[in-house]
Each structure stands twice: as C-alpha cells, then as structure tokens.
Design a protein around this ligand. Sequence first.
Ligand SMILES: [Zn+2]
Length: 485
Amino acid sequence: MKINDLIKGAACVLLTIVFATCTTSIQNEVITATGQSQILGHWKSTNTSVSGDSVVLESESASLVSKFAVKNFDLSMTLKTTPGAEGLLSFHSSGADPDKGYRVMINNSDYREGSPQKTGSLSLIRNFFVRMTGDGEWFNLKLSVRANHITVFVGDKIVSEYIEPESPLRIEGNEEMVLSEGVLVLRKSNDQGRILVSGITVEALADDIPRDTLNFETTDEVAEKLTILNQQGFPVIDFHGHLKGGLTMEHVCEHSRNHGYNYGIAANCGLNFPITDDSSLYAYYDEISEEPVFKVMQCEGREWVTLFSEEPVSTFDYIFSDAMTFTDHKGRRMQLWMRNQVVVESEDQFMDMLVEKTVNIISKEPIDLYVNPTFLPAKLSDKYDSLWTPERMDRVIRALVDHDVALEINARYRLPSVDFVKRAKEAGVKFTFGTNNAGSYDLGRLEYCLEVVDEAELTSEDIWLPKPSGDKKVMEMGIPDKVTG
Ligand SMILES: [Zn+2]
C-alpha cells in the first residue's frame, strides 16, 4: 500500500468518526418541521434561500441534510417545483458520499423534457417515467423504508416499490446502492428552476423491523435482465396493457412494481368496442387520470376516425393502432386474428395488400405507435420469414420513418422478427415494448422484448417516449375525414 492510500484511508476513517459523532441516529421519534425556520432547525442547509415560509433550492449545489440519521422511517415532504427543476432525495446516505444509499427523483417536467425519470422514481432501481404532478403545484412526496422494503408515494399513489433481496445484484458504479442507515439529503441536481420545501416530517421507526420476503421470481434470467436495464437507466415500459379479463388497475400496478417496469394502459376504442364516442372516451380518461400509468387510446379498426374528435384524443399520452382490421379490395371487412374472416386468394396479392393497408394507416392516421406489427393470419404465419420480404419490410419501415411512428416490439405475438427490428433500427425507427395482454394471466415480463434488446443491440436512445402535452401528433395532423382502408 502506498503512503497516499494510507493517508486517504486515515482521512476517511476520521471523516466517518466526525460524521458519526455529530449526527445522532434516532428511532421511535417523530421530527416534524413545518415552515422554513423549523426546517432549518432540523436540517443543515447549503446554498438555500427562503421564500415566504418555504426553503428554496435553486443552484445546483443547494442541499438540505438531516441533522439526524435514520434506518427505518416514514418521511413526508411537501414540495413544489418550478419549470426545469430537478432534484434528488437520498436516504441511507453518508452526506459526504453521494453514491451511498438510494435516491428518489424529483422532476415534474413534461415528457421529453429533462430526465425521462419523473417524481417518485427510485432511481436506477425502480425507474418511474409517468408524470404524476406538474410544475407550480404543491404535492406530497412520501417515502417509507422498513427493513428491506422501500415504498415511494406521490400523493396517495404508490409509484415505486422495492424489496431488497439478501444479496442484491449491482452493476459497476452502483455497488453502494444498498440499505444501511444514514442521513436524508435533499439536493438540487441541475441549475434550472427551483424546488420549494414547505414541510418535512420524519417518523423514525424501530431499528428491528423484520425483513420482508419476496413472493415473486427475482433470480431468473428475465429478472436479472430487468434489474440491469433499470440500473442502466433504460426506459423499460410495457406501452400496451389492457384492463381486460378481470385485470384491475391495482393488480397491474403491483405487477409493474414487483418486476421493475412501467405500464401504459389502453382503452379499446372503435366500432363494436367498449368506447365508441367522445363522451365515453373522456369518461375513460377521467377514470384513470390519477393512476401511475400512461393513459392510452387504442384506435380500433379503420372506423375510429369517424367516431372521435381531436380534443379528447389529444388528452391521452399517446395513441396507437395496428393493421389487423381493414376492408379488402373486394369490400370484405377482415380481422386478421379471426380465422373465418380472412380470405387469401393469392399469398403475394394478400401480402401486397397488407403492406399497402399498413402504409396507409401509418401515413394517414395520427397514431404514435404501430402495434401488433407485421401480424399475419394463422394460415400464413408459418411463412412469416419468406412473405415479409426485404422489399415489403422496407416499405413499412420507410413509412414509419417518414411519419414519425414508433414500432412496437410485441411480447405476446413475438413480433416483428429480429431481422425487421434490425432493419428498422438501421433506418432510425424508435421502438416501444408492448404485450397486448388479454387478461391477468398473460401479463408476462416482456420476455420477447428483452431478447430483442440483446439481439438487435437496442439502447435507451432507441426507445420512444411520449410527446409533451400540447404537442400531440393528433393536434398537428388532425383526424382524417374518412376511413383509410
Ligand atoms: Zn391492444
């Protein structure tokens, strides 16, 4: 060991001792700080200011560090952000070492602005991408840590949850992201906007709360892949979920938290579907508007364009459609998954028609995503690789690029092929993951999507994210007056 290392080591020990002696660890005690003077009494501030009865964090170095350390606790903070502001709430932190412990994101910016992780994200462990509150609004961020169980709430909704296993997998650089005990740190992480704090309550709980055990699979290859993608900050989102077959919002959100990815929950909207007009569309939106999922409209059949108007459609985070329902050249309405409706007179003619219908939908309907992509009826699915020729693939890919439509990688149908994804990536197409579940029994864990990430070498940059509100595609394009095919 070199002398330098010895000095560094000694300095670390010294710092730890100084830190430990001036920060008392508490349990079974409640520390309530309402208003700026009480907050500044219990929390050590650096580069903060005061506005009315709130403490303000503005510069990138601004922070509040608790004068006490905690192990198990419930915390509640009343916060407000102004546009652009981002911050991190760290716990089990050492104060001096920002890498130690866990971090919860504070970021209420719209989609595609600032970090893709939004308020409540248990950063790099259980990333959360849904915007639950806007800038300029007071909100409550709550955090509960009990033994190995971490829960983060925005308002009354659980947005991320994690049960730390006995020996958690951590990629290089994240090794210190584990539970222990330590101080709480709220710090600004960029130099835009301001974070206002009007109250903080910490209830320190007993140190000996028993550990929770996991009641779901966490050690197989899929779980490992999801853990690693989260730690890389990769947006893992099932953009295509449905509350069907008895599946409830509560169940799907629990599934999402357990396995470490987010959901978009879509209503099926169109002829002969549950939602057929503007008022039922608004009603669906209102029903799910507070939930920690993306709010989504699935545009069914080609008739949807005649049933809905731009305004209610534009309230959704994104909208999508597939090319599984259309009317063929002889006027026959086909749903490709219904064997008795599909007529194939010539395979090549059918494929050319399917490509033409698909390109029409992608180019004329104001959709954000093309889902259940390249689906073939049962009688043709065996010949997928030969029927989807490079020319046919490229026509669809060209339309996706030209019309800014992202391509779903569908877990349920295992579509499109890896070849298709590679060609699309090469052309600059963005991707989403989607399951299109039929109930609660087939939610899966995005298995096919994860395989494709590896095989086609997809990165975070290849993943599509919703456009900000006020900039939705449907507002720019409008809805066509008549059906597209
Ligand atoms: Zn669907």
